[in-house]
Design a protein around this ligand. Structure first.
Ligand code: ATP
Length: 258
């Protein structure tokens, strides 16, 4: 198994029939990288970028590669490595899991997957639940009985359990209430620093990104319009209008840099 996963987009143009959403995106994520935030307003193309990185959408121009091979046509062996090394979770990633499973079984399967891929780690089920702010008692609950926000937290815990080299989180906590989201972000930041997983957090929630990622890319109309430490971007008087709008929509995050 590769020990240095590299996921790259080079001059990536992609979208849907009749529409270009991504317009020349360049991005490189290497295992071991510090958490990276990708922020942008609704409709900027964040989810489309995640789909393209996952290989679900083919580039119209440019490439998305995993260890130098195009992700949408990886040979079998590399495809398996890609699946084990790069993990994607979205708002509804739990809908594909059997809803009758208990939380413990679901996390147990994820830990088993990590073992199979040679990615064992010392994290216990209790640690995982704690990292996502759920009490240990949740382990016996069936997924079908959980609220949307609780399901998202379990999905996040399962993704962490597999200990991928790169973890792409697309709006991972939208169903969690704002106060819990802030607490969770704080816990997560600690855990992410411990795991040697490069996390890409894709979100329009600047508060969440501000607490977990130092470096951010700002996506607007399918292009990165600003890149850098969030504090510098928010503190820059000559901000790009999109950065200004994001800052105005998240006054608490912006305030911390004044
Ligand atoms: N399956 C699809 N077919 C056609 N157009 C689509 C499809 N999915 C998304 N789009 C369009 O692509 C553009 C980008 O959508 P995308 O979901 O990538 O944005 P986003 O930044 O993730 O937005 P949000 O924060 O609201 O989730 C939007 O204009 C959207 O309407």
């Amino acid at each position: 198994m590769a020990t240095h996963a590299v996921l790259r987009a080079d001059d990536l143009w992609a979208g849907y029939p009749g529409t270009h959403v991504l317009r020349g995106v360049n991005l490189e994520i290497r295992s071991g990288d510090a958490p990276l935030g990708i922020v942008g307003p609704s409709g900027a193309g964040k989810t489309t970028l995640v789909r393209a990185l996952h290989g679900q959408i083919r580039p119209v121009q440019g490439t998305v590669t995993f260890n130098d091979r195009p992700v949408h046509r990886l040979p079998r062996r590399e495809g398996k490595t890609f699946k084990a090394s790069v993990r994607f979770t979205s708002q509804d990633s739990l809908t594909v899991t059997d809803p009758r499973l208990t939380v413990a079984r679901s996390l147990g399967l994820a830990l088993g997957e990590a073992r199979k891929a040679g990615r064992t780690h010392a994290t216990s089920m209790g640690d995982l639940l704690d990292a996502v702010g759920l009490p240990a008692g949740f382990s016996t609950r069936r997924l079908v009985t959980l609220s949307g926000g609780e399901k998202q937290r379990v999905a996040l815990a399962a993704a962490l359990a597999t200990r991928p080299e790169i973890l792409v989180l697309d709006e991972p906590l939208t169903a969690v209430d704002p106060q819990s989201r802030v607490n969770l972000a704080r816990r997560l930041a600690g855990l992410l620093a411990e795991l040697d997983t490069a996390v890409v957090l894709v979100s329009h929630d600047l508060e969440l990104v501000e607490r977990t990622c130092r470096e951010v890319h700002v996506l607007s109309e399918g292009t990165f319009v600003a890149t850098g430490p969030l504090g510098e971007l928010l503190g820059d008087a000559e901000q790009h209008p999109t950065v200004r709008e994001l800052a105005e929509a998240a006054p608490l995050a912006a305030q911390r840099f004044r």
